[in-house]
Design a protein around this ligand. Structure first.
Ligand code: TPP
Ligand code: MG
Length: 671
């Protein structure tokens, strides 16, 4: 690469881009860790993007109609930090750049979200960024349909590397975005031919342009070090009526001894080599220093959007007061005032009618009440709409020709769906929920973990939550998934017992502003156990006394979801023999854990035998059986010990001995 020619062809541009390069080199060297090559290679593309195309105002990082920039190749986080510092984001002073990757600094290795203003999301797990970006672009479409192009009209930009494009989730995202014609989504691919193990050719020969084109994208190419060519490609991509991908041919670690090698991927810390690179770049400033003229050019870029922002403010101010309030409400994730009364009315009716319905059906009933009063919800399913019961009347369908539709057919793409929901939630202004079979949380897991990590209140409607789904057999029957989900920090796992608890769980899930929820719902019909109406949301306590012991309390049965009615039947058997038995419904462990000690002590007092009933593996239950003042010899479990089997549900419950009789017998064994 002829660096001197690049320098002399566009000297001003070169210095701006090289400010990114040198900050990256210095910060990574100081941290002795990080990734130098990608920011150095993509500095030219990023500079042109921010200088000429991105709609943003560094002084207003929360502007709702800003363009969103997603660094899918998140290992190159110094690219983003440099851009934020250079353009003058208050959240990114030089001290944070100097503190790169240190405890408590906002310049984390792979920032997901929330570390500093200006970071929309990046990717730790490769592929997530590009898939999450699809959700950003969807939210923009939904909100443009709702609020009009004067209020919502912006692009979603993605920088993705070879790794992002190799990950499977990228295919789900690309295919979906292509079908949905998300024309404001533009991916800039860092086509440097290098990953950690060596050349991309070691493991991949995909024609990426053909692949994107085959999925319905418009594709472009450019020389990723020629600002004029980059500008041309971006301009063309913006004009395209389909999502656009630009292959930016770049050199990783441009101008460094490690250029074009996998060594360039990671931390470049050799002092002599780094000094030589700076010399080749024509950069003579001291470490972490940016010459004043270059910094002020960057700050001008950061302020470039302020007029546009002011014009947007003026347009927004012309909306009626009610509309402004509604806009602010949805962006702050506040619930409509009516919701609480609506849920209460639904609960009252349900307790009176006492239907025998599957909780997936009960979820549909709850959504039927919620969706009409929450226009910000966007529902969907990964091709199991009729099974997940996620679609309610009048939602419409989100399609290129009907962007006001609020129901999304994601296709068989659980991972892509979950990532897209993260993106919608991160964008703001919408509340996504989506369904699949609970077993396939495995397929969605990569993105579900990020919902929790990024504190996004996405709602996962996971139906067919146990062997109770019956004949589809063990491939479809979750047994370890509740344990996995409960083990995930900042995730609420609800397994409601009936239609009343399901309504309560939905209310709680929507009340969350920083925590995702999983609703584990049954395929099979369940009797209503909450036949006495209570205005209070009992599920909010996580666990509560559903039925009190008559006479001396000798046993406590704990159960969730479909097994609560089994526990109730076991209680009948035990009470008939004079064994006083309490039933505790535990729809949400995480919320129960949060209750004051005195409350938990009241629900689970020391002394009685405890048996937990759940059609899943035991993992985790010991906390409630042996902890909380329980005793080892007085705790038992009725549930699954292995994978399930294919048969009608009733037969499976008998076969695996998850029955009232087995539960009563377990109690009597320990009395
Ligand atoms: C899901 C996942 N797998 C593996 C990694 C570890 N990893 C980080 S970067 C990288 C190589 C990425 O190559 P590329 O996107 O081409 O980046 P470049 O080397 O060009 O900077 C790998 C394997 C990761 N972050 N996420
Ligand atoms: Mg690469």
């Amino acid at each position: 690469m002829d660096i001197a020619a690049l320098r002399s062809a566009h000297p001003e541009h070169w210095m701006k881009a090289t400010a990114i390069r040198s900050l990256t080199l210095d910060a990574v060297a100081a941290a002795n860790s990080g990734h130098s090559g990608m920011p150095i290679g993509m500095a030219d593309v990023a500079t042109v993007l921010f200088e000429k195309h991105m709609k943003f105002d560094a002084s207003a990082p929360d502007w709702a109609d800003r363009d969103r920039f997603i660094l899918s190749a998140g290992h190159g986080s110094m690219l983003l930090y440099s851009l934020l510092y250079l353009t003058g984001y208050e959240s990114m002073p030089l001290s944070e750049i100097k503190n790169f990757r240190q405890l408590g600094a906002s310049t984390a290795g792979h920032p997901e979200f929330g570390h500093a203003a200006g970071i929309e999301t990046t990717t730790g797990p490769l592929g997530q960024g590009i898939a999450t970006a699809v959700g950003f672009a969807m939210a923009e479409e939904v909100l443009r349909a709702r609020w009009g192009a004067k209020i919502m009209d912006h692009h979603t930009w993605v920088i993705a590397g070879d790794g992002c494009l190799m990950e499977g989730v990228s295919q789900e995202a690309i295919a979906f975005a292509g079908r949905q014609e998300l024309s404001k989504l533009i991916v800039l691919w860092d086509d440097n031919g290098i990953t950690i193990d060596g050349k991309v050719d070691l493991s991949d020969r995909t024609d990426q342009l053909a692949r994107f084109a085959a999925s319905g994208w418009d594709v472009f190419s450019c020389d990723g070090h020629d600002p004029a060519d980059i500008d041309r490609a971006i301009t063309e991509a913006k004009a395209s009526a389909r999502p656009a991908m630009i292959a930016c041919k770049t050199h990783i670690a441009l101008g460094h001894a490690a250029q074009d090698t996998s060594k360039g991927h990671g931390a470049l810390t050799d002092g002599d080599q780094n000094a030589a690179a700076k010399e080749a770049w024509g950069w003579s400033a001291a470490a972490f220093e940016v010459p004043a003229d270059v910094k002020s050019q960057w700050e001008a870029i950061g302020a470039r959007g302020s007029d546009e922002k002011a014009a947007w403010d003026a347009r927004f101010a012309k909306l009626s007061g009610a509309k402004q309030t509604e806009f602010a409400r949805t962006f702050s994730r506040e619930l409509p005032k009516k919701l609480s009364a609506t849920i209460k009315a639904l609960k009252k009716q349900t307790s009176e009618d006492a239907p025998k319905v599957a909780t997936r059906k009960a979820s549909e009933m709850a959504l039927g009440a919620i969706n009409p009063i929450m226009p910000e919800t966007v529902g969907g399913s990964a091709d199991l709409t009729g099974s997940n019961n996620t679609k309610t009347a009048d939602l419409g369908t989100f399609m290129p020709e009907s962007r006001d539709g609020r129901y999304v057919y994601y296709g068989i793409r659980e991972h892509g769906m979950a990532a897209a929901m993260n993106g919608m939630s991160l964008h703001g202004g919408v509340r996504p929920y989506g369904g699949t079979f609970m077993c396939f949380t495995d397929y969605a897991r990569g993105a579900m973990r990020l919902s929790a990590l990024m504190k996004q209140p996405v709602v996962y409607v996971m139906t067919h939550d146990s062997i109770g789904l019956g004949e589809d057999g063990p491939t479809h029957q979750p047994v370890e998934h509740l344990a996995m989900l409960r083990a995930t920090p900042n995730t609420l796992v609800f397994r409601p017992a009936d239609a009343v608890e399901t309504a309560e769980a939905w209310e709680l899930a929507l009340q969350q502003t920083e925590t995702p929820s999983v609703l584990a719902l049954s395929r099979q019909g369940l009797p209503t156990v909450r036949t006495e109406h209570k205005t209070k949301n009992l599920t909010a306590q996580g666990g509560y006394i559903l039925a009190e012991a008559e006479g001396k309390r000798q046993a406590i049965l704990m159960a969730t979801g479909s097994e609560v009615s089994i526990a109730m039947a076991a209680r009948d058997l035990l009470q008939a023999e004079g064994i006083g038995t309490r039933v505790v419904s535990m729809p949400c462990w995480e919320l129960f854990e949060e209750q004051p000690d005195a409350y938990r002590r009241r629900v689970l007092p020391a002394g009685p035998v405890r048996v937990a009933v759940e059609a899943a593996i035991r993992f985790g239950w010991d906390r409630w059986l042996y902890g909380e003042r329980g005793k080892r010899e007085k705790g038992g479990f009725v549930g699954m010990h292995d994978f399930g089997a294919s048969a009608p549900a009733g037969e499976l419950y008998a076969h695996f001995e998850i029955t009232a009789e087995a539960t009563a017998a377990k109690v009597k064994e320990m009395l």
